[in-house]
Design a protein around this ligand. Structure first.
Ligand code: KIV
Length: 271
């Protein structure tokens, strides 16, 4: 079912921050999950590289390639029309140089039908953000816990607790804001740091494990709907238990097949 709402654009999110209205982002990985997010009227749909772990069974996001992301992005774009569509740029596809970032982001927009891209990293990616913004590609930033920095951050760990972290994170957020990010994801950070970033930068902040002071929140589709079987991070909340429902449905189907109850007359064609 198509929703009737107005198209969400990057400008909509800035207007919402200005008026103090919270917005919501969720990940989606294919046309099916995107169409559910669209009908639920999520403002932003992120084709996260978390798809490596949630949909492809990988342990981290590091093996995801640009071609894989473009394949999934295209499917998401066919499922969601009015939400703002953001494609995550995978590991090392944007950190080598501004020109590399621009060429790869252009593929995400043109071939993946995305409307914006997301980069992980702080001040070191600000020149890449500035290059894309100058070329007309909106960029979402992402600081704090960075899944693509799994090895250097020592796993999936809360950030911002070491000496000097607060100052570095604030400087990173400031550099990204000045480079022109239209929004900034804050992942797994103490609330006081997230709140300070939210009140000092012009771009809206989108929290995941960064407290309620952020301008928006994001969760991973399968975590929030209880589809996966991985242990949930502390910052996620389960709003449904679709895995249990799905298993129950499949078992009922199997029982009906085995007992001869399915297919019934209503599922059968006559001449
Ligand atoms: O890949 C992803 O799903 C993300 C979100 C958790 C922000 O980056």
């Amino acid at each position: 079912m198509e929703t009737k709402r107005k198209k969400i654009r990057v400008s909509t999110l800035r207007e919402m921050k200005a008026s103090g209205e919270k917005f919501v982002m969720v990940t989606a990985y294919d046309a099916l999950t995107a169409s559910i997010a669209e009908e639920a009227e999520m403002e932003v749909v992120l084709v996260g590289d978390s798809l490596g772990m949630t949909a492809l069974g990988l342990r981290t996001t590091l093996k995801i390639t640009l071609d894989m992301m473009i394949h999934h992005a295209g499917a998401v774009a066919r499922g969601a029309k009015s939400a703002l569509l953001v494609g995550d740029m995978p590991f090392m596809t944007y950190k080598i140089s501004p020109e590399q970032a621009l060429a790869n982001a252009a593929r995400m927009i043109a071939e993946g039908s995305m409307e914006a891209v997301k980069f992980e990293g702080g001040a070191e990616v600000a020149p890449m953000v500035a290059r894309l913004v100058e070329a007309g590609i909106p960029v979402m930033g992402h600081v704090g816990l960075l899944p693509q920095s799994y090895h250097s951050q020592g796993g999936f760990r809360v950030q911002g607790r070491e000496e000097g972290d607060r100052e570095r994170l604030l400087a990173d957020a400031q550099a990204l804001d000045e480079a022109g990010v239209f929004a900034l994801v804050l992942e797994a950070l103490p609330t006081s740091i997230a709140d300070e970033i939210t009140s000092t930068i012009s771009a809206p902040t989108i929290g995941i494990g960064a407290g309620k002071g952020c301008d928006a929140q994001v969760l991973v589709f399968s975590d929030l709907l209880g589809l996966g079987n991985r242990r949930l991070p502390k910052f996620a909340r389960r709003y449904a238990d679709l895995r249990t429902e799905a298993i129950k449905g499949l078992k009922n189907y199997a029982d009906d097949v085995r007992s001869g109850e399915f297919p019934g007359a209503e599922n059968t064609y006559t001449e």
